[in-house]
Design a protein around this ligand. Structure first.
Ligand SMILES: [Zn+2]
Length: 94
């Protein structure tokens, strides 16, 4: 039997995939709902979100960021900066 923690991690992965697909389909509000749900699952289970999740979600509006759809990507001073349409940023080193 998988542990609670494993199940929660799988759930987060699934929600991330759904958020990605919703964004590709132009359903950004639905994508936000998935992002929020994934954040809640992580919190409740005291899991940290996967790095890819953090990179591609906007902290300001919970959007799932897809470069070319609702985000722009720039590299700057050793960092990748993903800018959301709302003006929020996700930043990470490369
Ligand atoms: Zn945003």
């Amino acid at each position: 039997m998988p542990s609670e923690e494993q199940l929660a991690a799988e759930r987060i992965e699934r929600l991330q995939a759904l958020a990605k697909a919703a964004t590709s389909a132009g359903e950004t509000d639905r994508a936000r709902a998935y992002v929020r749900r994934a954040r809640r699952v992580a919190e409740r289970n005291r899991l940290s979100l996967p790095p890819e999740f953090k990179r591609f979600t906007c902290d300001r509006c919970d959007a799932y960021l897809q470069p070319g759809v609702n985000a722009r990507v720039r590299t700057r001073d050793g960092h990748v900066v993903v800018t959301c349409d709302c003006g929020g940023h996700a930043r990470y080193p490369y």
